[in-house]
Design a binder for this molecule. Structure first.
Ligand code: KG4
Ligand code: ZN
Length: 351
């Protein structure tokens, strides 16, 4: 089955063609980074307008790079939740138009769940190898969640961030350090500066309650702010603590210390989730922050220690893309799922 995937939930317009739920024949991503860079974040109205301009050429490009004509498409999958409502609307409308005009099935896909699927795309492991039960980790700019996955339509969220998403915390910490957009990858690069001391600053590692599987990154972000700008005067008790001079060495040390704490917080919660799920066979990971060098290394070690199969996307499929939508859409279609032309965009995730 050839599935055309469409993704417009945030600031990337993407279309992809996937065969058999696994083989990515093409994946085109039109990024809006330049449009939003001067505002330091995604401006929803500008995002929707840019999607409107990009959607048709992006779909055309995906089909032509796959060497296919529209009539070769057997089904259309679209990321219809969660996301910015105006952005989702563009992709959902385009997907309905394609499905209706071609007379093929339409399926709506949850974008967060699709991040968990991304590592199975172009994966050399036989599709027949059992993936479930799995523990899933999604860490992106908008989401940070841990799941138990028993089937692609049976996911239970075990925990999630109670404040900032991990990628959001990276982006804000990068801004505090004066790094250019996109913050996450730049902070990751700075943290790997030779000689950077990851113990220079004792940043907090959020634990929450002893049994919690939720995460929190706002304290870590504030700690970075205080480390760079100094600790403010608190109710007259302590004099303000001036910051250490922000030399190149200090910036690299702060980046490395931030990276150490952020990754440790995620690993701690994954260990807890796995302790409670000894039957888990697989660790499914996805989302933009799974491109992080330290997190990737630590996830690989965790999987090895726990004898789990690690499913993690290559770097280009960690971030938002339509191939993961087409891939998961294909599996849902195989299990009999169909949506009608009444499919609506929804700002929240299903679970
Ligand atoms: O999955 P994604 O493209 O979009 C959302 O669904 O949110 O994730 C984007 C996020 C951004 O916050 C970006 O800074 C972060 O992923 N990111 C990284 C790295 N690469 C991307 N964060 C830390 N280290 C990286 N190497
Ligand atoms: Zn995403």
């Amino acid at each position: 089955m050839i599935v055309l995937g469409i993704e417009t939930s945030c600031d990337e317009t993407s279309a992809a063609v996937v065969r058999g739920g696994r083989d990515v024949l093409s994946c085109v991503v039109a990024s809006q980074h330049e449009i939003h860079a001067e505002f330091g974040g995604v401006v929803p109205e500008l995002a929707s307008r840019a999607h409107v301009e990009a959607i048709s050429p992006t779909i055309d490009a995906a089909l032509s790079r796959a060497g296919l004509a529209p009539r070769d498409v057997n089904a259309v999958a679209v990321g219809h939740r969660p996301g910015l409502i105006g952005s989702l609307l563009v992709g959902v409308t385009a997907a309905k138009a394609m499905a209706w005009s071609l007379g093929v099935p339409l399926v709506g896909v949850d974008h967060v769940h699709a991040h968990l699927y991304a590592g199975l795309l172009n994966n050399p492991v036989e599709p027949s190898v059992t993936t479930f039960p799995a523990i899933g980790l999604v860490v992106s700019g908008g989401h940070t969640s841990i799941y138990r996955v028993d089937a692609w339509n049976r996911l239970a969220r075990l925990g999630a961030t109670i404040d900032d998403a991990m990628g959001e915390a990276y982006d804000k910490a990068a801004t505090i350090l004066g790094l250019p957009h996109p913050g996450g990858p730049n902070l990751d690069r700075l943290a790997r500066t030779p000689g950077a001391n990851e113990h220079a600053e004792q940043f907090p590692i959020s634990r929450l309650s002893p049994t919690s599987l939720d995460l929190s990154f706002s304290g870590l972000k504030t700690a970075m702010l205080y480390a760079v700008r100094g600790v403010p005067h608190t109710r007259g008790r302590t004099p303000p603590v001036p910051p250490a001079p922000l030399t190149d060495q200090r910036r690299a040390d702060l980046a490395a210390s931030f990276q150490r704490s952020a990754c440790a917080a995620v690993l701690l919660k994954l260990e807890r989730a796995l302790d409670r799920t000894p039957e888990a066979r697989t660790l499914l990971c996805g989302g933009g922050v799974t491109a992080n060098s330290r997190l990737r290394d630590q996830l690989a070690s965790l999987a090895q220690r726990r004898s789990l199969r690690l499913v993690i996307p290559p770097l280009d499929l960690c971030v938002d893309n339509a191939a993961m939508i087409a891939g998961l859409g294909s599996v849902l279609l195989d299990s009999g799922h169909r949506d009608t032309l009444a499919l609506a965009p929804v700002p929240t995730t299903a679970c």
